[in-house]
Design a protein around this ligand. Sequence first.
Ligand code: ADP
Ligand code: MG
Length: 325
Amino acid sequence: MKYMADRKESLGEFELIQRYFSKQSVSSVSLAQGDDCAILDIPSDQSLVFSIDTIVEGRHFPSSLKPEHVATRALGSALSDLAAMGAKPDHFTLALTLPAIDEVWIKSFSESLYEFASRFNISLVGGDTTKGPLAVTLQVHGLVPKNEALLRSGAEAGDGIYLSAPTGDAKAGLELLLKGWTEGSDDEENLVNRFLSPTPRVELAQQLRAKANACIDISDGLISDIEHMARASGLMASINLESIPLSLPLSRLFPEQALGFALQGGDDYELAFALPRSAGSLAEKFGLNQIGTFEAAEGESTIKLLERGKVVAHQQFEGFQHFGK
Ligand code: ADP
Ligand code: MG
């Protein structure tokens, strides 16, 4: 688009795209990059699964965030959405809004983006570049065999509720960063990295496709996202607090807040999913943590928390404040 656009930059828009965002595609589907549109042919037995997310400086990430971490957070969280559907990442587009052409920033961002993308076999196939307050929009596309996508709505009463890995670390990492953390112990670094560079559970998701009845990725917080899955499935999630896994770094550095962070922290990008009893061997193979069970809904309530078998809280979110958010 040309109207009102500022074309008098030291490095032109086309040169910038050419230099930093035009590497060869590794996608399995046929594409054309650098034309007006990208093209893909979807295999006839697959469905295309896609999702778009924008992160804006100062709103979704602090201004101090390094460009390499802007890239890993943006792509890590986007790929987590594909994992939640059981989809295999295939290709993505990038809409980048930059306040100025800062080549040092763009180079680090681009290198980190391509490195992360190659780890998950996803190709950048197009995008848009504009001037304005720093914002990154990614649209990710994945493929899933027809009718096999994992939905939030498929859980059944009696299914176990499982987690791909402990939650709460990212929230603890963010707390450290907000206090000005730059370097420190291995435990601290571990937590900070869980915030800066989330690990989308893409591989596990492929295994879950044939086994899980429902799945969601945890972006807003464990309780809140499991509540979404329970509501979509018309069930109630019964969660055992003593079964909530806590990582060693989290319980060592934040002993008081660990459980609260794990339940409500957000930014984890782990998967929560419903497995029928018959899928127990998968849980064992991947060392998955069962944290509760889906039960028939009780009136309006979609989630209850139990401590040694006793109900300590029902759905009302105000009730969870004492977990220390
Ligand atoms: P148009 O004006 O026709 O929309 P653009 O100048 O926006 O064309 O883009 C030219 C080509 O460069 C397109 O193929 C587009 O997909 C690609 N492109 C633009 N910005 C990016 C970006 N940030 N990352 C990857 N590809 C990009
Ligand atoms: Mg364009």
